[in-house]
Design a protein. Structure first.
Length: 238
C-alpha cells in the first residue's frame, strides 16, 4: 500500500535535497514577489515557473517509478523545463477533453437535479471520474514518457478507479504532513518576523518543492500498485 511516510522520508533524505529545495524555490519566490508588486511580467513568469514545476513533478514520479535511487531530478533546469513542455503537450488533449466532458455532463445533469446539494454530489462524482482518467494518463506517461501510453483506453478504464482512490487517500495525508512540519516553523517565523515576510515566503516556496517531490513519490507508488506493467505482462505470457 502507498505510504506517505516513505514518500516523505525518501524525499527529505534524498541526495542534496535541501540544496535542491533552495535552488528550485528561487523561481517560485520570484513569482510571488512579482505578484505582490502587481508586476506586469507576473503572468509570463508564472507560466514559465508552472512548466518548470510540472517537469519537476513528472521527473520525481518517473525516478521513483523506474527504481532510481533518488527522487529529486538533477539541477539541469533546461531538462526539467523540456520535460514540463513535453508533458503538457502529451497530456494537454486528455486534460482538455476530460474537462470539457465533465462540464457537459454536469450541465446535462443539472437539468434533472435542481436541488443544489444533490448536484454537489453529482459534481464530485462526475469530476472525480474524469480527473481519475487524467491522473491515470499522467502516471502512464510519466513511466516511460511515451505519449501513446497516456491514451491506452484499456489501461485507463481498468485502473482509473484505483488511481482516484489512491489520490483521495493521499490528499489528507499530505495535509497532515504539512501541518506537522510547516505549521510550527511558520509560527516561529511569525513570532520573530511577522507574516507576510520574505523569510516566510521563501520557506513556503521550499515547502512547495518538497511537497511536489512527496506527491510525485506517492503517485509513483500508486502507479506501481494500480496500473499493471505491460512489459512484465508480455514477458509473463512469453
Amino acid at each position: 500500500m502507498a505510504s506517505i511516510k516513505d514518500a516523505f522520508e525518501e524525499s527529505f533524505h534524498d541526495h542534496h535535497a535541501l540544496s535542491k529545495c533552495i535552488i528550485f524555490a528561487i523561481p517560485v519566490y520570484y513569482c510571488v514577489d512579482l505578484y505582490s508588486k502587481s508586476d506586469e511580467f507576473f503572468w509570463i513568469t508564472s507560466a514559465i515557473v508552472f512548466i518548470l514545476l510540472f517537469g519537476f513533478l513528472i521527473k520525481c514520479t518517473s525516478n521513483v517509478r523506474n527504481g532510481k535511487n533518488y527522487v529529486f531530478p538533477t539541477l539541469n533546469i533546461f531538462s526539467m523545463f523540456w520535460a514540463g513542455v513535453k508533458g503538457l503537450v502529451a497530456l494537454g488533449p486528455i486534460i482538455a477533453v476530460c474537462s470539457w466532458l465533465a462540464i457537459v455532463v454536469c450541465n446535462f445533469l443539472s437539468g434533472y437535479f435542481p436541488d443544489p446539494n444533490s448536484m454537489k454530489v453529482w459534481y464530485f462524482i462526475v469530476w472525480g471520474l474524469f480527473v481519475s482518467f487524467m491522473m491515470t494518463g499522467y502516471l502512464c506517461y510519466a513511466r516511460n514518457f511515451k505519449i501513446s501510453d497516456a491514451y491506452n483506453l484499456k489501461t485507463l478504464g481498468n485502473s482509473c478507479v484505483d488511481v482516484f482512490a489512491g489520490v483521495l487517500f493521499m490528499i489528507p495525508q499530505v495535509l497532515i504532513v504539512d501541518a506537522i512540519i510547516v505549521g510550527p516553523i511558520t509560527y516561529i517565523i511569525w513570532l520573530f518576523f511577522g507574516i507576510p515576510h520574505p523569510i516566510a515566503v521563501f520557506f513556503w516556496s521550499m515547502c512547495l518543492i518538497l511537497n511536489l517531490s512527496i506527491v510525485g513519490h506517492y503517485l509513483a507508488q500508486i502507479d506501481y500498485e494500480a496500473i499493471p506493467d505491460n512489459e512484465k505482462e508480455k514477458d509473463r505470457l512469453i
